[in-house]
Design a protein around this ligand. Sequence first.
Ligand SMILES: [Ca+2]
Length: 392
Amino acid sequence: MCKINMVRLSLLCTLSCGPDSSFTPTTITENEIPSASTADIKKDNTLADFKMPAQDPAEIGNSNNTQSPAQPSLLVELPPTDSTSQPQPGMPLASVPAVPAVPAVPAVPAVPTVPTVPTIPQPLPIVPPSPPQMTPPKCSSSIPIVAANQSVDLKWSGDGPFTFVIERGTQTGDLGTIVDLESGIVRYLAPSRITRSEDVSVAATNAIGEKASCLVRLKADGALGVADDGRTPGLVGTVFQVPLAERNSGARIKATWFAGTPLSTIVMPRIDVPNTPYEQGFPGYPSLTSWFAIRFRAQIQIPESGYYGFQTQSDDGSLLYIDGRTIVRNDTVHAISTVTNDQVYLDAGLHDIQLDYFQGPPIYIAMSLLWRKPSDNQYTIIPASQFSRPKI
Ligand SMILES: [Ca+2]
């Protein structure tokens, strides 16, 4: 025994060799344990060819007798293991399985902070002031037709007062004049010379800028009837009054209406009177507004032989003759009516033409004469260039 505090090391072998092996503790003193150098442990953690040294049985007994309670043996109790897992020479030491590393929890990306949108102050709605309650102007007149130096009264409805102005027209220079007669009525006076037929607009504007226009149809000089001077080219018309006894809704044109001395003789370059308020009378003779009759006579130049169409639009009745033949019958009292004869064969050259017309009761006057030449596909007013004065 050494002087140093003897350390007794008892090794309790708990290694079992199988289910039937008995547990046999074995005490080994320190000095009996061969020094184990690192060479005894293989690098692969297997036991080296470690063998218990042979012991003297007597020494073993001494060692048991010298065991002191104050110096407890160091007992290491190994847990029973399965024989299959018992380390055998050359087997690797059971290694404690590595605790799997806890996967790192991925960092939750920071939610970007939504910047605070500043509140845009909303402008207060602009409430327009309520306009004054006014009835806007409205033209109450139909479209009158006027010749040079003629006048017509135009009327507007609505809340006045109005401001009047002549707005539109392409006449060279003078567009006419207006006179405010109050109460929404304006007198329009046509210029002394009308270079082309067109519509002129007379506008009325109220206090809040609302506007409405009346149109006036200007007829170019020579386009309407004028008193015949015996040499102006065109259709010469003789004007008569319808006898009182024959002024009824069943009236028809009679040859006797054109007998005797006419009230007037007028000449027209062409027959082109659209629907017109009766108050204006017939162009060239405005003093009669109802129950009058006019017989027009002329020569018409036919440019080429062929089938022509002729058409009348009249309010009231009309009858068309060429070379003594009745071509278009558009007779009786009626509103504006269109009648056509589309198959009239004529040789080229001059032909006698006669148009009888009558205006019965109000409300309108209309008389237009149109044709369709063989090469045309629509009807147009027969132009002044085709007419010459009638044979005596
Ligand atoms: Ca009529």
